[in-house]
Write a new protein. Structure first.
Length: 433
């Protein structure tokens, strides 16, 4: 569409008429990128259920334990609506293509390039109700009412949220790091993993303490010592899930076979890196030499033992290739977690009684009282292992307090603007009448 902001008359005409190539012939619209909506597109819905028990303990305490669950049906998901089959066949992975899908071989058809499944189109991103979610939780709470001036509540929730897509867009950070399935033929079971909003453990504590004496504020001493209130909240939450990802250029030799024509993204690879030895540092990156077809050698020509880990960025890295007929499966989505949230807030209020109907309230509040630094999620992009010193990959060294990161990827997608990364003090005066 026009970039000038004018959407009238002749400004729109070039975008409405069929485009032509230099020879004057119409351009087949099938060669253009398409975003389609699946038939029967509708609002998602959820099935919810819960079972709880409440119990009073004396006159001041009440306890509750509850199982809460839900099932999201027909959630939105972005999928590759026209997979390119030719690169898979050429790489020896034709056995992974489901029956009924055949690379386009019609001369002159848009889809003959790269052997797309549908000859009439090339790159097609389809939005549809292909996703689902499941949530199970054990929620508990203990409440105390006005015990010597203290009113408090404490809660703990264990929960597990799973899905095959948390959003239709990628964050390249925490949560829904990459929204695309690595296997275009299995976007449901193959993507079953922790949700981008799976916060496994959540604990909360809140209390209000009102001084139980001098409530009438009679006399000078009553005005000084009466009307004080102390309140505080504390919360802890497990860190947000994220996924290790790589760009399409991480392996210059073989490229991407999960999305070989960059239908879903021209930057990030739908194939996810493989998490290998769990005992190694998380930011260790390399590629294994596959000697089943040839003898791998380093940049000087010296043979390498089978299984040698070649560091990312080594010249030998670009000379290696994977061989075989079983496509390696990358890391599950949302398999890693960022920094937990642990923060305390506190407030002190003082009511100063002016008359029977008028009072002045002085307020002093501290958010993130202990000034706990929150750096969010580390940089998940594998290629950034060489982007600086120390390496940004799997590091929060470049994050600023609050969870943001100016590098590509990195940071936190859902808590950056939450205000928990720094201590904030507020003071107020309120007239109540």
């Amino acid at each position: 569409m026009p970039t000038s902001g004018s959407f009238h008359g002749s400004d729109l005409l070039p975008f409405l008429l069929p485009q032509t190539n230099p020879s004057g012939l119409p351009i087949n619209s099938g060669i253009r990128n398409h975003t389609t909506v699946a038939p029967g597109f509708h609002n998602p819905y959820s099935e919810q259920w819960n079972l709880g028990i409440q119990r009073s303990i004396g006159q001041r305490l009440a306890a509750e334990v509850r199982y809460v669950g839900n099932h999201g049906v027909g959630n939105f998901q972005s999928v590759n609506g026209n997979p390119a089959l030719g690169p898979l066949v050429n790489a020896g992975f034709g056995n992974l293509i489901p029956p009924g899908l055949v690379p386009c071989a019609t001369p002159g058809a848009p889809g003959v390039v790269a052997g797309y499944a549908d000859c009439n189109f090339r790159r097609v991103v389809e939005r549809g109700n292909f996703a689902w979610s499941k949530y199970h939780s054990l929620q508990s709470e203990l409440r105390m009412a006005n015990w010597h001036g203290v009113t408090a509540t404490a809660s703990y929730t264990w929960s597990h949220t799973m899905d095959n897509a948390s959003e239709i867009f990628s964050t390249a950070a925490g949560g829904n790091t990459l929204s695309f399935a690595q296997n275009p033929f299995d976007t449901s079971r193959g993507e079953r993993a922790n949700s981008g909003i799976d916060f496994r453990h959540i604990f909360g504590l809140a209390f209000i303490y009102e001084l139980p004496f001098y409530k009438g504020q009679n006399g000078f001493l009553g005005h000084v010592l009466g009307g004080w209130q102390l309140n505080s909240t504390y919360r802890y939450s497990t860190g947000q899930p994220y996924t290790t990802i790589e760009t399409r250029f991480a392996d210059p030799l073989s490229g991407s076979l999960c999305d070989p024509t960059a239908t879903l993204s021209g930057t990030y690879d739908a194939c996810r890196p493989i998490l290998g030895n769990a005992s190694l540092p998380l930011n260790s990156v390399g590629i294994y030499c596959d000697g089943s077809a040839f003898t791998c050698a380093d940049s000087s020509g010296n043979p390498l033992a089978l299984g040698t880990l070649i560091p990312f960025g080594d010249p030998c890295f670009e000379s290696l290739a994977f061989t075989g007929t079983s496509c390696p499966v990358g890391a599950p989505i949302s398999s890693l977690r960022g920094q937990p949230i642990s923060t305390v807030n506190m407030g002190v209020f003082k009511d100063l009684k002016i008359s029977e109907r008028v009072k002045v309230q002085l307020q002093a509040q501290a958010f993130n009282l202990l000034n706990t630094m929150f750096l969010g999620n580390p940089d998940p992009v594998l290629d950034d292992v060489l982007a600086g010193t120390p390496p940004p990959f799997q590091s929060v060294a470049y994050n600023f307090s609050g969870g943001g990161n100016n590098l590509e990827g990195g940071g936190s997608s859902n808590t950056t603007n939450d205000g928990i990364g720094r201590r904030r003090l507020t003071f107020g005066l309120k007239l109540v009448f």
